[in-house]
Design a protein around this ligand. Structure first.
Ligand code: S3P
Length: 166
């Protein structure tokens, strides 16, 4: 069985879907954000504030390299910015079948309004932030993934069903 790697914008549902999918497949679920926070003993927001975004991106790449060497079966959910580095894209594809969980801007706006834990969304207009990040990332997500799945107005359990059928 091939490992499944979930990519997509913040708020696309990667962690929620990943958890359910792993349960359905009776395997471990690894979430890169949670992993980094646990290892660092601090929140991502704090890492960005104290060490800067680049340091966080290096932590992401280091973790992916480790996972790419693993022989274990797991579902992997990664932070929204993970596929931006080219090196990471190759590693993600090496780890498993990459699925892009896509959501429209309107849906993301709904899901992310009031968010306080994601450093890239703090201050200023949320809509402008989403628009500008999406502009930079949409093509990257599309090109990295083998499967694209729209999650708008879908229950997580139905998205998982769709994934299992694929
Ligand atoms: C980020 C997404 C976040 C987290 C960090 C940066 C991004 O993960 O890794 O705040 O650059 O899109 P989620 O996609 O799980 O929110």
């Amino acid at each position: 069985m091939k490992r499944i790697v979930l990519i997509g914008f913040m708020g696309a549902g990667k962690t929620t879907i990943g958890r359910r999918l792993a349960k359905a497949l009776s395997c471990e679920m690894i979430d890169t954000d949670e992993w980094i926070e646990r290892k660092q003993g601090r929140k991502i927001k704090e890492i960005f504030e104290k060490d800067g975004e680049n340091a966080f991106r290096d932590m992401e790449t280091a973790l992916l390299k480790e996972l790419a060497e693993s022989k274990e079966m797991f579902v992997l959910s990664v932070g929204g910015g993970m596929p931006v580095r080219e090196e990471n894209r190759r590693l993600l594809q090496k780890i498993g079948k990459v699925v892009y969980l896509k959501a429209t801007k309107a849906e993301l706006l709904k899901r992310l309004s009031g968010d306080q834990k994601r450093p890239l969304l703090q201050g200023g207009s949320l809509e402008e932030k989403i628009t500008s990040l999406m502009k930079k990332r949409e093509r990257i997500y599309q090109e990295t993934a083998q499967i694209v799945l729209l999650t708008d107005r879908k229950y997580p359990k139905d998205v998982v069903k769709e994934l299992l059928n694929l």
